[in-house]
Design a protein around this ligand. Structure first.
Ligand SMILES: Cc1ncc(COP(=O)(O)O)c(C=O)c1O
Length: 404
C-alpha cells in the first residue's frame, strides 16, 4: 500500500511568522554544535533572575487550594474586572466593568480585538518596527498589515504624515505600541494627542498596546485613553511584564466608553465565549496585582534603567553602530551600517554562529532587511551584558571588515 501524501497545511501558515521565536531553531543548531548560546531574543524577565511578587503567587495558590478550579465567565471573574476598572479610573480612563475582559495575556486581547474588527482584505495600520504578533494575527485573519514608519532619527516616534497617507477606506484600526517594543520609545503627550486626533477625525479606532506602561524609567506613564476618555480606544495589558508573570498568561482588554465601540465590544464578547475563559486561578492574581503592593516595580525599573544606559553607552561606542536610548521596557534597537547586499538576518545569524549571542533581526519586526537594525533584550545582569557588548563589538569590527 502506498503511503498517503502529507496532510494539507492551510495556506495562511505561510504568512504567519514570528521571528522572535523562529530564530531559536538556529540557536539550537549552534548549541548542538557545542557552543553556549546567550539568549537576548525573548522579553521574559524570569530566566534573568527577576521574580514574580509573592502575593500574586499566594493568590493563585489559595484559589487552587480552595478548589476554585472551574471555568470562569468568559469575560473573567468580577473582582478582577472591578480591579481593572478601578485602575483605569484612577489613571484617567474610566470604563465600566462591563467593558473589561480578562484575557490570556495581552496577546489574546489583541487577537480577540482584531478578530472582531478586521475581515479578510481589510487593513490595519501597524508601526514599523512592530511587535510581530500584529502581523502574524492579521495574516491568520487574511487581513493586511499596512506599515507606518516610526523614525530612528526622531527617537523612534511615529511619522504622522506617513500614517495619515496610509489611511484608506479599508483601514479598520491603528495599532499604537507605547511604550514600544522593539524600540524602547515612549511617546510624548503631543504625539499621543496627535494620534488621537487622527483617530477622532477619521473614525478609525486605536488599539493601544500598553503592556509596558508601568516600566517607563521615569515612572508609570499615563494611559493613552486618559488624554481623551471618549476617543475610540481599546487598551491592552497584562501581568507578563510589570508584574513579572509572563507564563501565567493573565491579562485584560478594556474597550473605551464611547458608544461607537459598543458593537465591537459585543463582537469581542462573542469571540471570548468561544474560547470559554482565560486561566481561572491566574485571574485572581490580576486582583492581587492591581489592589496590592507594587514596590517590586521600582526595583525592577531601576534595574532596567541601569541596563538601558549600559546598553546605549556600549553599543554607541562600537564603530559602525548606533543606538537610540530606550526610555522604557527592556529592549533596544541598534543599527549596524551593513555594506550593500548584506541583510540584517545575515548579520544576526553570523553573530549567533560566531559568538553564541542570539538577537532578532530588524526585518523580523518589519524593518527593511538592508537597514541593519537588530533587537537586543537587555534583561541579563550588567556584567553579563558588558561581556556580551564586548563580544558584539569585536565581532562587528571583524564582520564589517570581512564584508566590505
Ligand atoms: C508590545 C507587546 N505586546 C504584547 C506582548 C505579549 O504580551 P503578553 O505576554 O501579555 O501576551 C508583548 C510581549 O513581548 C509585547 O512586547
Amino acid at each position: 500500500m502506498s503511503t498517503p501524501p502529507n496532510v494539507h497545511v492551510a495556506a495562511r501558515i505561510q504568512g504567519f511568522t514570528y521571528a522572535i521565536r523562529n530564530v531559536v531553531a538556529e540557536a539550537r543548531k549552534v548549541e548542538a554544535a557545542g557552543r553556549t548560546v546567550r539568549y537576548l531574543n525573548i522579553g521574559d524577565p524570569i530566566p534573568f533572575g527577576f521574580t514574580t511578587p509573592p502575593h500574586l503567587i499566594e493568590a493563585v495558590d489559595r484559589t487552587m487550594r480552595d478548589g476554585d478550579n472551574g471555568y470562569t465567565a468568559s469575560v473573567g471573574i468580577t473582582p478582577a474586572r472591578e480591579a481593572v476598572a478601578a485602575e483605569y479610573e484612577s489613571r484617567g480612563m474610566p470604563v465600566g466593568v462591563d467593558r473589561i475582559i480578562l484575557t490570556a495575556g495581552t496577546s489574546e486581547g489583541i487577537e480577540l480585538a482584531l478578530g472582531a474588527m478586521a475581515d479578510a482584505g481589510d487593513e490595519v495600520l501597524v508601526p514599523t518596527p512592530t511587535y510581530p504578533l500584529y502581523t502574524a494575527v492579521l495574516a491568520k485573519l487574511g487581513a493586511r498589515a499596512v506599515f507606518y514608519r516610526t523614525d530612528p532619527n526622531n527617537g523612534w516616534l511615529p511619522d504622522l504624515d506617513d500614517l495619515k497617507s496610509k489611511m484608506t477606506a479599508l483601514t479598520r484600526a491603528i495599532v499604537v505600541i507605547d511604550p514600544n517594543n522593539p524600540t524602547g520609545a515612549l511617546y510624548p503627550e503631543a504625539t499621543r494627542r496627535a494620534l488621537i486626533a487622527v483617530s477622532n477625525e477619521s473614525g478609525v479606532p486605536i488599539l493601544a498596546d500598553e503592556v509596558y506602561g508601568d516600566l517607563s524609567f521615569d515612572g508609570p506613564c499615563p494611559l493613552l485613553g486618559s488624554l481623551d476618555p471618549d476617543a475610540a480606544i481599546l487598551s491592552f495589558s497584562s501581568l507578563s511584564k510589570a508584574y513579572v508573570a509572563p507564563g501565567w498568561r493573565a491579562g485584560w482588554l478594556t474597550v473605551g466608553r464611547t458608544t461607537r465601540l459598543d458593537d465591537v465590544l459585543a463582537g469581542i464578547k462573542k469571540l471570548a465565549d468561544g474560547r470559554l475563559c482565560s486561566t481561572g486561578p491566574m485571574q485572581h492574581a490580576v486582583t492581587a496585582a492591581l489592589t496590592g503592593d507594587r514596590s517590586h516595580q521600582q526595583e525592577f525599573v531601576q534595574a532596567l534603567a541601569l541596563r538601558a544606559k549600559l546598553t546605549t553607552d556600549r553599543l554607541n561606542a562600537i564603530p559602525g553602530m548606533s543606538c537610540v536610548a530606550p526610555q522604557a521596557a527592556f529592549y533596544a534597537m541598534p543599527k549596524v551600517d551593513l555594506p550593500p547586499g548584506v541583510t540584517d538576518e545575515d548579520y544576526v545569524l553570523a553573530l549567533l554562529r560566531e559568538t553564541g549571542i542570539l538577537c532578532v533581526y530588524g526585518s523580523g519586526f518589519g524593518q527593511p532587511a538592508g537597514d541593519g537594525f537588530f533587537r537586543v533584550v537587555f534583561l541579563a545582569p550588567p556584567d553579563a551584558l558588558a561581556a556580551i557588548y564586548d563580544d558584539i563589538g569585536a565581532f562587528t569590527g571583524d564582520y564589517l571588515s570581512r564584508m566590505s
